[in-house]
Each structure stands twice: as C-alpha cells, then as structure tokens.
Write a new protein. Structure first.
Length: 320
C-alpha cells in the first residue's frame, strides 16, 4: 500500500502514546489513562502493519529477496538493539541465549520478531485475508484465555514462545482484511458505537482483575479502531513533526527505553522524561539516517540527498 500521511500521523501518535505510557511506568504512576493506552496501542500497531502489508509483493518476491528486504529493514536493527539492551541489563550469555532472544525477547523487543512471524505466515499460507483471519482468531482467543493478557511464555520449555507471538494474529489479519475490502461508509457509525462500547467497558475494568471480561472488551475496542483505518486513510491528515515520528517509528520504538532511562537519571519527572526523550530521539534519528551503515544498523530512515539541479549554460554573447 502506498504511503499515506494519515497513517504516518497515526503511527507517530501511537509511538508517543507508547513513550508516554513508559514514562508513567518509569515514574510509578497508576492511572486509568495508562490502562486505556496499554489496551489498544500495540494491537492497533499490529493492525496497521497488517493494513500496510503488500500481500501480493510479499508472496511473489523470491525467498532470498524477502529475507534480505526484511533483514535490512527490520531484523538487523532489531538484533543490534537486542544486543545493546541485553548487555546494558547485565544479561548472562549461554548457549541458549539466541533462543531466548528470538522466542522470548526482553523488554519491548517482542514486536519485531512477532511481526516478522506474521509476515512469514502470510507468505507461507497463500490464503485470503478472510481465511487467515478465520484461522488466526481461534489461535489468538485460545492464547488470551489460556495465558491472559500479561506477558510471558506459553509454557516452560526451551522452545516456548512469548505469548504475544500467538495473541496478535487476529489484529494483523483483520488489518489485512480492511486493506483488501475497506469499510463501507454505512458501517461507520456502528463501528464507532462498538469501539465506544469496548473503550468504556475496558475503562470500567481498570483495577478489577476480571480476566474473563478483558478479552471481549479489548477485542471490541481494538478491532473497531482497526476497522476505521480505511476512513482515516481517506482523510489524509498531516502534521510534520508527528508524521516524521511515524515514518521513523522503528527507530523510535527500538531506542526510546534506552533514551528515556538516560533522561530519567537527570530528571525523574514523567513529563520531562517524555519531552526530553522525544527531542533527543528526533535529533538522533536525523543523525542516524546519514550515510549507509547507521540506518542499516539502527533502523533509521535514510536521509535522501536532493538530486543535483542541472545548471543550464548561459548563451554565449558575441561582441562585435
């Protein structure tokens, strides 16, 4: 799907919400807004990824080209970030460390391998988005009800993956379905009502521990938001600084906890941590986009140099 300013804007807002939530966690703040944000941020991010995926190209390109493409754009920056965070946290190295990193990534680093797994499933199962949704939904529901919405591995074996690998297919494939079929305008108000119901239900569950109600409330809220993506795309909104964050979403996502931790050492206030981290990452993303190697290793968007403008020679003047 072609680049859309409204989707970039939405991605930028989601990254800011992720960072705001982490700033609240760093400062040990408990608020219903943190609960609401945590309920829809990552499902909507996964849904956007499914919405933006070019299914035809993903299935048509040679296997080597696909791994090269996603390796350069996603996996290599993720691996670099993984090593940095692992060493910074004092993680111990052993023969099973690579498996732990891949299947049970620490901190926020689960997102990239989980997304790549869903892309691989889309390639290996050449089914329509509707059929993939029909297959993925029971997997997601079974995982949610069996292991809850908290983080953790689905089992205790060496090959047990993080539960989020199996919890998010419903959102990814629903995003693909919305990209393929869109949403007729006559469904806009029903979808908004469903989303509002899910939001109020999820908000009302704050602090209750009612795990059985968490799943349907979150599904109503998040699937309604994903269903609105075609309508959001049609509006074509744009606000430069936030759109920039949306385009640099991988860089901001990978490195924001490290930068926020550094800012928190200087000032422990949540607002300062958030504002300082956004500013530093904004500057760092521009610097990391220079050249060839830094964007490849850090996940920044390469900065394109303007094409040189050809200067037309002035006509010669003949003096008689």
């Amino acid at each position: 799907m072609a680049k859309n300013p409204s989707i970039d804007l939405l991605k930028g807002l989601l990254i800011l919400l992720v960072m705001g939530g982490h700033a609240m966690e760093l400062t040990h703040q408990q608020h219903v807004l943190l609960w609401i944000g945590a309920g829809f941020r990552m499902p909507l991010m996964i849904g956007i990824s499914g919405y933006l995926l070019n299914v035809t190209r993903t299935r048509a390109m040679p296997t080597g080209e696909m791994f090269s493409r996603y390796g350069r754009r996603m996996l290599l920056p993720w691996a670099v970030a993984m090593i940095v965070y692992w060493l910074a946290s004092g993680g111990l190295l052993s023969w099973q460390t690579p498996l732990d990193m891949l299947l049970r990534p620490p901190f926020h680093l689960w997102y990239v391998p989980a997304l790549f797994l869903l892309i691989l499933v889309t390639r290996l199962m050449p089914l329509s988005p509707l059929l993939l949704l029909a297959i993925g939904t029971p997997v997601s529901l079974a995982t949610m009800y069996s292991f809850g919405l908290d983080h953790g591995a689905v089992g205790g074996s060496l090959l047990s993956p993080d539960s989020r690998f199996l919890r998010y297919p419903v959102y990814f494939f629903f995003g693909m379905l919305m990209a393929e079929r869109g949403m007729p305008k006559r469904y806009l108000w029903p979808v908004l009502l469903v989303g509002a119901l899910g939001l109020f239900w999820w908000s009302d569950l704050y602090g209750t521990g009612n795990a059985l109600a968490f799943v349907p409330a979150r599904l109503l809220m998040c699937l309604a938001l994903i269903a609105l993506l075609p309508s959001v795309s049609a509006v074509r909104l744009h606000y430069g600084p936030i759109n920039r964050i949306g385009r640099e979403s991988l860089f901001f996502y990978l490195w924001h906890p490290l930068v926020m931790g550094l800012v928190a050492m200087l000032d422990p206030h949540g607002a300062v941590i958030l504002a300082g981290a956004v500013l530093l990452l904004y500057i760092a993303s521009a610097l990391a986009g220079q050249g060839r190697l830094p964007p490849l290793l850090l996940g920044a968007v390469p900065q394109r140099r303007p094409a040189p403008v050809a200067v037309q020679p002035e006509p010669s003047t003949v003096i008689v």
